[in-house]
Ligand binder design. Structure first.
Ligand code: NDP
Length: 294
């Protein structure tokens, strides 16, 4: 039976730590960190994400602002708004909620955010710094995963980390972070994707298995080594007539099965998702510290 890696508790600890730091700044009469979230269009999921991020900010004392733009906003209008915030000293973090409407080039948008305010860690300069082990902003989900391992004192050095998924927001950055020659990483890393012919051949070798696939309950107990640490990034809605909403959230890991075999496991919900939100706050605070020079 596994120990449950309690993302809710760690996220709440991180928020409390940040709240205390911001309280101190205020008491010293200093400006506080600021985050602007830019939302384009009416995507309901994006609206929920942005509103929860802004609520998180308020809870710990980060100044937050939401710029809601209509669906037909032009790329130039959006880029100009980003440039305005690049030069606004009250906002230290800029977040553009993805996905964007089809007529806007996401890459151009990401590249327009000044790297020092890129709290999502998606700017190519920050991605490059991550790969070569330089100071950077880590994308929030991978940063949250590394923080969970750290706070539970899980040994990573020399361990075989197998990541299933190679997206730019989860799979690739977490693989690169675990590869770095530094404390809390220094792992032997394998990255798998949909071209793997026999996925379980790789997953069964994992001391630490990170699933970022987007397929409900895809990782079965038979694919996991006895005593492995299992990190489930997936957030999938499945139909469940017993709930009020008619659905429930499950991860990419078959939790009930794998729980019996793993040494540690993250639940869904209550695992990586809450950490992602907390690490955005941490990144905003770090952006503030870098910009203010402390
Ligand atoms: P993507 O769809 O961008 O990437 C999924 C990856 O899984 C791809 O690399 C894909 O391979 C791989 N894959 C798909 N099917 C298989 C298979 N049968 N065998 C092996 N690999 C496979 O997803 P994301 O990385 O954005 O997200 C992954 C999951 O994590 C989703 O459920 C998402 O909702 C969740 N998520 C959760 C977050 C959180 O805060 N907890 C944050 C971000 C995402 P290929 O590249 O070959 O297509």
């Amino acid at each position: 039976m596994a120990v449950i890696l309690d993302g809710k508790k760690i996220a709440s600890d991180i928020k409390a730590e940040l709240k205390e730091s911001i309280r101190k700044l205020k008491s010293e009469g200093k400006t506080v960190p600021g985050l602007v979230a830019i939302l384009v269009g009416d995507n309901p999921a994006s609206k929920v994400y942005v509103s929860s991020k802004s609520k998180d900010c308020e809870e710990i004392g980060i100044k937050s602002k939401v710029e809601s733009l209509p669906e037909d906003t032009t790329e130039d209008e959006l880029l100009n708004l980003i440039r305005k915030y690049n030069n606004d000293p009250e906002y230290h973090g800029i977040l553009v909620q993805l996905p964007l409407p089809g007529h806007i080039d996401e890459n151009r948008v990401i590249e327009t955010i000044v790297p020092s305010k890129d709290v999502d860690g998606f700017h190519p300069q920050n991605v490059g710094n991550l790969v070569i082990g330089k100071d950077t902003f880590y994308p929030c989900t991978p940063y949250g995963i590394v923080e969970i391992l750290k706070r539970y004192d899980i040994e990573t050095s020399g361990k075989h980390v197998v990541v299933v998924g190679r997206s730019n927001i989860v799979g690739k950055p977490v693989a690169n972070m675990m590869l770095q020659k530094k404390e809390g990483a220094n792992s032997i890393v394998t990255v798998c994707h949909s071209a793997a012919k026999d996925l379980s051949r790789f997953t069964k070798e994992a001391d630490i298995l990170i699933a970022a696939i987007g397929r409900p309950k895809f990782i079965k107990a038979s694919m996991v080594k006895e005593g492995a640490v299992v990190i489930d990034v997936g957030i999938n809605r499945i139909e469940d007539k017993t709930t009020k909403s008619g659905y429930r959230l499950v991860g990419d890991v078959d939790y009930e099965e794998v729980f019996e075999k793993a040494s540690y496991i993250t639940p869904v919900p209550g695992g990586v998702g809450l950490m992602t939100r907390a690490m955005l706050l941490r990144n905003t605070f770090e952006a503030y510290q870098k910009i203010m020079g402390n």
